[in-house]
Ligand binder design. Structure first.
Ligand code: KMH
Ligand code: ZN
Length: 284
C-alpha cells in the first residue's frame, strides 16, 4: 500500500450516478451544463477528480459518447480537473453502451472488478455483470487510448480480478483502487469499519486506495479512509443527504466539508496537477 506523499488526499466527486433522481434530491446535477457547473464549484473547494455518469434530456442514464464529450468540454472550458467517466453506467445499459464513453477519451474511467447480485432497490436480484473476459477486453481498450482505470472493488473476491490484471501486466503502477462499501443496490459489502480495514489488508503492493461509502456512511468512512492514508470520494451519486434529514444543497458542500476534515487531519487536498503526478497520469 502507498501512503500518499506529503499527506495529500485526492478528493473525487461522484456528481450524479445512475440511481439518484431529482425527485429524491432536486439539487442533483443531471444535464451536462449542471454537471459542469457543479464540477467547477467542487473544484474551487478542492477536489481534483470528477466522476461522471451522463443522463439524456429526460434524465435517464445514457452511455452516449456525445453527451460525455459535451460534459468533458464544458468542464474543461472552466477548469483542468481530471475527468473520470463511469463504465459502470447504470442498470438500463448494455455492456457496449456502458463502455461507449471511452471514445470520448476521458483521462480516467472506472473499471468494475467482478460480478455482483444487486441486493436492494428496483433491480434487486439482477446481476451486475463484469466478467473476466470483458474486464480484459476493456482494459485493453483503455490502455490503447491512454485512459487510466480506477478499479472498483466491492468485495474481497474482486481482488482476484485486480491481481489477474496485475499478473498479466494490463495495469500500470500505482494501482488506483476504489473500495466501495455499502452499495447494496449493486451488491457491495456493508459499510462498516471492519470491512474497510479488511479490504485494505488485501490491497496489492503499490496500490493507492480510495474510499467510497454509501449514504450515511459516507462521512465516517471517508474520514477513516483519510486517517488510514487513502483518498476519498464524496458526492450525490453515493449520498444525497448532508446530514440526517437534510438534503445536500450541492456537491461543493460535501467537498468543502471533506476539505475541512482533511485539514484537521493535517492533510491537504491534491490539486489536479498533484493528483496527476501521484497517479502517474499521462499528462504529467
Ligand atoms: N456506484 C458506485 C458505488 C462506476 O460508476 O463504475 C460505484 C461506481 C462505479 O461509481
Ligand atoms: Zn459511478
Amino acid at each position: 500500500m502507498i501512503k500518499l506523499a506529503g499527506d495529500k488526499v485526492i478528493i473525487t466527486v461522484a456528481q450524479t450516478g445512475a440511481y439518484p433522481t431529482k425527485s429524491m434530491n432536486p439539487n442533483l446535477p443531471e444535464q451536462p451544463e449542471e454537471i459542469a457547473e457543479s464540477a467547477y464549484a467542487c473544484h474551487q473547494k478542492g477536489d481534483s477528480i470528477c466522476h461522471i455518469h451522463a443522463r439524456d434530456k429526460e434524465g435517464k442514464i445514457t452511455g452516449s459518447q456525445e453527451v460525455f464529450q459535451e460534459i468533458h468540454d464544458r468542464i474543461h472550458s472552466k477548469c483542468d480537473i481530471i475527468v473520470q467517466d463511469s463504465t459502470g453506467g447504470g442498470p438500463n445499459l448494455t455492456l457496449e453502451q456502458r463502455f461507449e464513453c471511452l471514445n470520448a477519451k476521458p483521462e480516467m474511467a472506472s473499471l468494475n472488478m467482478g460480478t455482483m447480485i444487486r441486493v436492494s432497490g428496483q433491480h434487486a436480484g439482477l446481476p451486475f455483470l463484469n466478467i473476466r473476459k470483458d474486464i480484459e477486453t476493456y482494459i485493453a481498450k483503455m490502455n490503447e487510448l491512454g485512459i487510466r482505470p480506477e478499479m472498483e472493488v466491492y468485495n474481497h473476491a474482486m481482488f482476484r480480478e485486480v491481481n489477474n490484471l496485475i499478473q498479466k501486466d494490463l495495469v500500470k503502477k500505482p494501482y488506483y483502487i476504489n473500495l466501495v462499501l455499502g452499495a447494496m443496490h449493486q451488491g457491495a459489502v456493508d459499510a462498516t469499519s471492519e470491512y474497510l480495514y479488511s479490504m485494505i489488508d488485501f490491497l496489492p503492493e503499490d496500490s493507492i486506495f480510495n474510499v467510497t461509502a454509501i449514504g450515511i456512511a459516507q462521512l465516517p468512512l471517508t474520514t477513516m479512509g483519510m486517517i488510514l492514508g487513502g483518498c476519498i470520494r464524496v458526492g450525490m451519486e453515493d449520498n444525497i443527504y448532508y446530514r440526517r434529514g437534510e438534503l445536500v444543497k450541492n456537491n461543493a458542500q460535501l467537498v468543502a466539508r471533506a476539505v475541512r476534515i482533511a485539514r484537521e487531519l493535517n492533510k491537504e487536498p491534491a490539486t489536479p496537477a498533484e493528483a496527476r503526478k501521484i497517479l502517474g497520469l499521462k499528462s504529467t
